[in-house]
Design a binder for this molecule. Structure first.
Ligand code: UVW
Length: 303
């Protein structure tokens, strides 16, 4: 896997990795894909029940109603305001994993020293999520692997290979190009929605997702980012039966590829199948969290 690397490709000071594949021309062409004025949200609802990795506490949401007396406003009543605040890991629900989120051998993307780049007080000094504030606006492509296999959802532990990606693209009549946001549907989130309590116990440990061999394919296609409807983009358990998230460091650290997790792709998959068109304008910016390692997002597919 060491052969797969984008370190230095966009300069020694680069902090955005494969987002560099999105050019002004890519954006202009992607905007031309809007034909119907249809906007689909690819996010799942964010609330205390939203799935998050068990290493993170669930989101907490507090609401406060504040009464404000306005003596002479002339309408004969008090004005009232409500506001709220939340406590959560930014990597809850539909999210971008920043390029500082996964590392190995003390190095993050582009070779930055992890010890210096990630500070417990100020967050990431390199490759923080806010560096991607104007990304990603680009062409989106959906590959519906579950549909291609004739299944409502791929089974837990199913490792998606380059062949699966190629075959789905050919069947759908779509080509994956440089600078694309590649969305991959496994059907796993929809399965989770209808799962029994027993089945939900294994939601985080068992999932279909990308196998290791997909890394080389993604590198060759030069996609800007990927979004998958599972917890961790990659298959769980790992193909070797023992590693923990082995694809994360290859994609995030070596390629500088921003990963999107827990994408809601059901509505988009239906719309694309009806129109037999699997390309659209994709828009999904992270919050500008200074030094953030990831961000919740509400990705949009605009058709
Ligand atoms: C972990 O970091 C454990 O998971 P993920 O990147 O999938 O959110």
């Amino acid at each position: 896997m060491t052969a797969l690397s984008n370190w230095g490709r966009w300069g020694a000071d680069d902090e955005i990795g494969t987002a560099n594949f999105v050019t002004p021309e890519t954006i202009v062409q992607a905007a031309r894909l809007v034909k119907k004025g249809q906007v689909l949200s690819l996010a799942i609802p964010l609330n205390p029940r939203t799935p998050t990795d068990p290493s993170r506490p669930p989101m907490q949401h507090f609401v406060r109603s504040a009464r404000l007396r306005v003596a002479d406003h002339g309408w004969g009543g008090d004005s009232e305001f409500a506001d709220d605040w939340i406590s959560m890991s930014p990597q809850t629900g539909t999210q971008w994993d920043g390029l500082c989120h996964a590392f190995r051998e003390g190095r993050i993307y582009n070779g930055y020293d992890a010890g210096q780049a990630i500070n417990p007080h100020v967050g990431a000094r390199k490759c923080s999520i806010d560096r991607l504030a104007t990304y990603f606006v680009t062409r989106g492509v959906l590959l519906d692997i579950a549909k291609h296999k004739g299944l409502g959802n791929l089974p837990g532990g199913f490792a998606i290979t380059p062949r699966d990606l190629e075959e789905a693209a050919a069947a759908q009549g779509v080509e994956v190009r440089r600078g694309d946001a590649l969305l991959i549907r496994t059907g796993w989130l929809a399965f989770w929605n209808r799962a029994t309590a027993k089945e939900r116990e294994s939601f985080y440990d068992l999932a279909p997702g990308l196998g290791m061999s997909a890394a080389e394919w993604l590198h060759a296609r030069e996609v800007a980012c990927i979004g998958v409807d599972n917890v961790a983009v990659e298959v769980k358990p790992a193909e070797d039966g023992k590693s923990m998230l082995p694809l994360h460091p290859v994609l995030i650290r070596d390629l500088g590829l921003t990963l999107g997790e827990l994408f809601w792709l059901e509505d988009l998959a239906k719309a694309c199948a009806e129109d037999r068109s699997y390309e659209f304008l994709f828009v999904s910016q992270p919050l500008r969290i200074s030094g953030g390692l990831g961000s919740p997002i509400n990705p949009l597919a605009i058709r």
